[in-house]
Design a protein around this ligand. Structure first.
Ligand code: DQA
Length: 149
């Protein structure tokens, strides 16, 4: 069975309370619950993990080796700053999809650069919880196509 690691970066534990005008009213638990339902339907295993610490996210990426076939990540603000998370994804070479709740390209210029996008298979931005659900669907589709090739 395919296994996907879902990584939520800094401040995403505050979803629901955090700038609801930008990020919506869904909590992180709501998002994980929706993804778990999708995972059942897609018949995959899903392991969600949130951290506010760059190193903990990097450790989780490293420990995905041999455990998970894909990574779905919302790196939060680390998207725009973290060469280290980008290098970790490149190092493990596990297919990764980057997602954002908000449309980062409609926001401040500093959010327009992603260090993660060049090592991701794709990016989905601007659809709230649906960004995660679409990202999961696209990742699973990619992995299944890869396996049948
Ligand atoms: C975010 C966008 C980032 O710019 C921001 O720092 C976040 C959340 C999003 O999901 O829209 O923390 O990744």
């Amino acid at each position: 069975m395919l296994s996907i690691l879902v990584l939520h970066g800094p401040n995403l534990n505050l979803l629901g309370k955090r700038e609801p005008g930008v990020y919506g009213s869904a909590t992180l638990d709501d998002i994980d619950r929706a993804l778990k339902q999708d995972a059942e339907r897609l018949q995959i295993k899903l392991t969600p993990f949130q951290s506010n610490h760059e190193g903990a996210l990097i450790d989780a990426i490293h420990s995905a080796l041999g455990q998970h076939q894909g990574i779905l990540i919302n790196p939060g603000a680390y998207t725009h700053t973290s060469v280290a998370i980008r290098d970790a994804i490149a190092a493990v070479a596990i297919p990764t999809v980057e997602v954002h709740l908000s449309n980062v390209y409609r926001r401040e210029p500093f959010r327009h650069q992603s260090y993660i996008a060049p090592v991701a298979i794709g990016q989905i931005s601007g659809f709230g919880t649906e960004s995660y659900r679409l990202g999961l669907q696209a990742l699973v589709h990619h992995l299944r196509q890869q396996n049948s090739a």
